[in-house]
Design a protein around this ligand. Structure first.
Ligand SMILES: *Cc1c(COP(=O)(O)O)cnc(C)c1O
Length: 382
């Protein structure tokens, strides 16, 4: 099997229009802080029915400034899901906050509202309620946001949606990113996500004050001017910010990709449906669709017996099928174990991790490639 024929689990789809959009910026005056970023922000906010969007250099920097904008700092607690990419927890540590996890539903991998309710009740008794909760829409399947929002409101906890997987997903018929049940929503535009800017991310909100703070945090805490009479060179640093800006080159790519977002999600749905039908009869479960939600199908996951997961992974990799495991529970990472966590802390997350495998799913996955994936699964169990 040659390198060239490896089918990855996820991959960008770049069109001629995407390339033209990037080239146009390269031939223009301004490579950064030009017109493309605000154009993309407006289009993204419109797509998601949010009041505004702040584009940044990555999903990780988006999570960082989202936490900062909500005032997360030393002495505060941030809670998130152990089944996520490490960035969902690291952003709390960047702010000097303490991080803890809420166990997940063992089938969907999404934060369990039962576990959340129990943990909030305990934390209230001990005076250790979190300032911020980050929920993760695993594989693009939205969490139970209405219930989560009601609990968060009751206990005075701010909510960030880590929707890195979920651009193009819907909850109760509305787009993820509208922040109907959260303070802020974060997207990533890494090449495996629904749309890409190579590297990039964004924070969305309905709250004008939060959006203003996010813009300051993105660029050194600096704004041009407070007074109309000030000279043009004048700017002010009002808080400690970062350089997390997105360049116009990246924003132009993101804007062009956003035009294709609905087509991408449609194709992902079609391919997911194909998998559902073709995997019937094999000794694996698929993650069922959830009522009131429409997944963006960032990932197509199967759940297998823990004893066969690693040998299946090895078989598929040897056959050029780039399956992946999403995710190793964050609390079991050496860095987090050195900070007091251990195996056994979140048993449902650990059970999910031992059974889950993501099959290749991306808009340009051909039916022949998909057939090859299914064939190798059949061969493994034959
Ligand atoms: C991709 C991803 C991130 C980080 O996004 P980057 O753009 O790579 O920094 C954070 N959380 C989740 C759930 C992700 O999948």
């Amino acid at each position: 099997m040659t390198q060239a024929s490896v089918i990855p689990y996820g991959k960008q789809s770049i069109s001629g229009a995407d390339i033209d959009a990037v080239v146009n910026v390269l031939q223009s005056e301004r490579l950064t802080q030009g017109p493309a970023v605000p154009l993309f922000e407006k289009a993204l906010a419109g797509y998601c029915d949010a009041r505004g969007a702040v584009a940044v250099s990555s999903g990780t920097s988006a999570l960082h400034i989202a936490c900062l904008a909500l005032g997360l700092g030393a002495g505060d607690w941030l809670w998130t899901s152990p089944i996520s990419f490490v960035a969902s927890a690291n952003c709390g540590l960047y702010c000097g906050a303490k991080v803890d996890f809420v166990d997940v539903d063992p089938v969907s991998g999404n934060l369990s509202v039962v576990e959340l309710e129990n943990k909030l009740r305990q934390a209230e008794k001990h005076g250790t309620l979190p300032k911020v909760l980050i929920v993760v829409h695993m594989a693009g399947s939205p969490c139970a946001m209405e219930t989560i929002h009601a609990l968060a409101t009751h206990y005075g906890v701010a909510v960030i949606e880590d929707a890195s997987h979920a651009l193009g997903a819907r909850y109760q018929g509305n787009p993820v990113g509208d922040c109907r049940y959260s303070d802020l929503t974060v997207f990533s535009f890494h090449p495996v996500k629904t749309i890409t800017s190579a590297e990039g991310g964004a924070v969305l909100s309905q709250n004008t004050a939060l959006l203003d703070t996010l813009r300051l945090l993105r660029s050194h805490g600096i704004c041009r001017t407070e007074q109309a009479s000030a000279p043009v060179y004048y700017y002010e640093q009002q808080l400690l910010g970062w350089n997390y800006r997105l360049s116009d080159i990246h924003a132009a790519l993101a804007l062009s990709q956003l035009n294709r977002c609905d087509d991408f999600v449609k194709q992902r749905h079609f391919l997911a449906q194909q998998y559902q039908e073709q995997l019937l009869g094999l000794p694996c479960d698929t993650v069922p669709a959830v009522a009131e939600t429409q997944s963006s199908y960032h990932l197509f996951r199967i759940l297998v017996e823990p004893v066969s997961r690693d040998s299946l992974f090895t078989h598929l990799h040897a056959s050029g099928i780039g399956v992946q495991v999403h995710y190793i529970p964050i609390h079991t990472q050496p860095y987090y174990r050195a900070r007091g966590f251990d195996w056994g802390d979140f048993p449902q997350a650990e059970d999910y991790y031992q059974r889950v495998l993501s099959l290749p799913l991306f808009p340009d996955l051909s039916l022949e490639m998909q057939r090859r994936v299914v064939h190798e699964l059949e061969a493994f169990w034959r």
